[in-house]
Ligand binder design. Structure first.
Ligand code: BGC
Length: 738
């Protein structure tokens, strides 16, 4: 194999920049062609007919929890373990690059790919996704960080522009991408279908070249989403390296012609060809021929991971004792189609053909000591008589000690390709819950869904709710383990459950209209929004109960060059071993800019025996404390007091303290166009100008700073000539002319 040649012929370079087939690249410099395959939560290798919608069959592979479930673990080590298992399966299937993780932000719960994305929060998303990438790539298989950027909705996704201002773009939507690139160096980044601020992501030079490569140091391949390239010349010029799917000989030739005619710099085409060749060499070097994976062991891992992703939303006492875990000898009526036909992954390009599938009803029967009866209660395909099904379920619930109701969204109700129009549970299921709960006070709901569902209609009807989101092929066993108490749940919500759709941040601007998504809520996404507006929610971001209880005390903060180290004592105050995830939220009360009241900036988990306590720390990174200054085009770490709260959800904060942070010394440049207020905000300028203002104010009989604060200093002289002819100062000392 020869070294990738920077001076390769243009035709050769151009040929490398499109795939050889739907899923493969071309051979380069002796390095073999390789497969790129979905992803993210399992290997979808289609050997017969290909498609990017998950329609045609694929090889059996372990279906791990999709990102919606995995995120609820708040467990980077586990994400890394899943990544490593996926890397092994990719090796076994001869796959060179696994197309994931998806790190777009859950801006609105109606987004059709909610199940494929991690969270409403960039720090949680970025931390988990970086760990996942390290896991996969540690096995010699590449990843594809997607969908870069602004792919927060499905509606009109191949044309619409995500119109988002610079601060939210940097602080929310690019932040997770940045963290994954900087921490884990994914081998590829996938450019999204949509436009960002009017420019196709595949043609956005500022995103693909200036930010991704220039600022973040990305040195891999930028690959297009499948079919996302509208103009290959513009895409390569902007920084795209590989168009998928291929082949596209006409487009390859067009690139060469564009260079010859001066419409595309030769260096851009050489760069694209070179990075694809380098990737082929990397994939070849990472290849482990003959690797097989142990399907049983991976299924077992899928079960354990799934169990960590389950969130106990509610577990109120009935007659003095909590309903869950189930009393070992209680008779149980299991109701609901999803108990027998589980919902465990989403539809579209990520759809995996699982090696096994745990059925919750069977798993519960295998674990529970008492009798377990079952009845459908409803069907999602409209078969059967709904009244008869419901009546039968009500009778079964009445006859048992406990009813466990598996409800949620059917596969047809959410998928890649379209957004939901609402976040309601199906009406027949809500009616079923109402009727069952009316005859059986000991009713548990078990939820399956990819996007958030509104729980306000059912939350007060039942004492216990277990959130199974979508958690892959081992979900049935995991849910049964939680119900019987073999696993003590420790998952936490990665997305707020609002009371009403009208409360969600993007309510009035979703979906797109006239091919534009207006991100009008700015940086106030998810918990940032609900907290800033004081909106009651059904379950807050970060919420999740346990079969034991925890105290969080003694918050200690230390500021350093790396950020803020926050440490708390966590004590297990209950009767059984358990795991708690402590979350650290940061606000800057005296901030010079409009910031969220508090934002997640770090988290840490601890496993404790009953009565045990431990100190637990997290570094709240300096980079995460900064805000983006859209005029100066840079991050700014403000000096001042930072307020850190330690909690077990965004609304259950147990300790709060302040810590002084030395800023990065940023001072906005002062010009004649700076207002008097802006000049006064600069400590040095303020010291020299205040006495002048005071004397001018005395002469004019007014508070100059207050009255003239918004006047650009270069134009202050236009307002000159007060009583006695005294003029306010024309400009601060040391100011530059604009
Ligand atoms: C999806 C990508 C996926 C690709 C290949 C596209 O429709 O947006 O996430 O990797 O298809 O299947």
């Amino acid at each position: 194999m020869t070294t990738p040649d920077a001076g390769r012929r243009l035709e050769e370079a151009a040929a490398l920049t499109s795939g050889a087939s739907f899923w493969t690249t071309k051979e380069a410099d002796g390095a073999a062609s390789f497969w790129l395959t979905d992803g993210p939560h399992g290997i979808r290798k289609q050997v017969a007919s290909p498609d990017h919608l998950g329609l045609a069959a694929s090889e059996p592979a372990t279906c791990f929890p999709p990102a919606v479930g995995l995120a609820q673990s708040w467990d980077p080590e586990l994400a890394s373990e899943v990544g490593a298992a996926l890397g092994r399966e990719a090796q076994a299937h001869g796959v060179g690059v696994l197309l994931g993780p998806g790190v777009n932000i859950k801006r609105d719960p109606r987004g059709g790919r909610s199940f494929e994305y991690f969270s409403e929060d960039p720090v949680l998303t970025g931390t988990l996704a970086a760990a996942w990438v390290r896991g996969v790539q540690g096995e010699g298989v590449g990843t594809s960080l997607k969908h870069f950027a602004g792919n927060e909705a499905e509606h009109d996704r191949m044309r619409a522009s995500s119109d988002v201002e610079q601060r939210p773009l940097r602080e929310i939507y690019l932040r997770a991408f940045q963290r994954v690139v900087e921490d884990a160096q994914p081998w590829t980044v996938m450019a999204a279908y949509n436009k960002v601020n009017g420019v196709y992501a595949t043609e956005d030079r500022s995103l693909l070249t200036d930010v991704l490569r220039g600022e973040w140091g990305f040195d891999g391949v930028v690959v297009s989403d499948w079919g996302a390239v509208a103009d290959r010349v513009a895409a390569v010029a902007a920084g795209l390296d590989l168009q998928m799917p291929g082949p596209d000989p006409g487009g390859d030739a067009g690139l060469v012609t564009a260079v010859e005619e001066g419409g595309l710099p030769a260096a851009s085409l050489q760069r694209a060809g070179r990075t694809v060749a380098e990737l082929a060499a990397k994939v070849a070097a990472g290849r482990r021929p003959g690797v097989a994976f142990d399907a049983d062991a991976h299924h077992e891992l899928a079960r354990q991971v799934a169990a960590r992703c389950v969130v106990l939303l509610e577990n109120d006492p009935v007659d003095g004792s909590a309903l869950l875990p189930l009393a070992p000898d209680a008779s149980v009526a299991v109701i609901g189609e999803f108990a027998e036909l589980p919902r465990y992954q989403g539809g579209g390009s990520s759809h995996v053909n699982p090696t096994r599938l745990d059925v919750p009803l069977e798993e519960l029967r295998a674990r529970h000591g008492g009798p377990v009866a079952s009845t459908r209660g409803f069907t999602t395909d409209g078969s059967g008589d709904p009244d008869a099904l419901r009546a039968e379920a009500v009778e079964a619930a009445r006859a048992a000690d406990v009813a466990v109701l598996f409800i949620g969204l059917a596969e047809e109700q959410e998928s890649e390709g379209f957004d939901r129009e609402d976040i309601e549970l199906p009406a027949d299921q809500v009616a079923l819950v109402r009727e069952v709960a009316a005859v059986q006070p000991r009713t548990v709901l078990v939820l399956s869904h990819g996007g958030v569902v509104r729980l306000a209609p059912v939350v007060d009807l039942v004492p216990a709710i277990v959130d199974g989101a979508l958690i892959g092929q081992g979900g049935g066993a995991a849910l049964a383990d939680v119900l019987v108490g073999a696993v003590n749940p420790s998952g936490k919500l990665a997305e707020t459950v609002p009371q009403r759709l009208q409360d969600v941040p993007a309510y009035l601007d979703f979906p797109s209209e006239f091919s534009a998504h207006r991100y009008s809520e700015g940086v106030h996404v998810g918990h940032r929004w609900y907290d800033a507006r004081g909106i009651d929610v059904t379950f807050p971001f970060g919420h999740g109960l346990s079969y034991t209880t925890f105290d969080v005390t003694d918050l200690h903060l230390g500021a350093s060059d790396d950020g803020i180290t926050a440490t708390v004592t966590v004590a297990n105050t209950g009767a059984r071993a358990g795991r708690e995830v402590v979350q650290f939220y940061v606000g800057v009360p005296g901030s010079a800019v409009r910031r969220p009241l508090r934002e997640l900036k770090g988290f840490a988990a601890v496993v404790l025996e009953p009565g045990e306590s431990r100190r637990v720390s997290a570094l709240l990174r300096r980079a995460d404390l900064a805000y983006w200054h859209p005029k100066a085009q840079r991050w700014v770490l403000e000096p001042g007091e930072y307020e850190v709260s330690a909690g077990v959800s965004s609304r259950d904060l147990r300790a709060t303290a302040l810590v002084g942070v030395i800023g990065d010394g940023f001072r906005p440049p002062i010009t004649g166009e700076s207002t008097l207020d802006e000049v006064l905000a600069d400590p040095e300028a303020r010291a020299s100008i205040l006495p002048l203002l005071a004397s001018a104010g005395e002469a004019l009989g007014m508070d100059v700073a207050q009255t003239m604060g918004s006047i650009p200093v270069g134009r202050l002289s236009a307002f000159g000539g007060g009583r006695d002819g005294a003029a306010p100062p024309a400009a601060a000392p040391g100011t530059a002319a604009s």
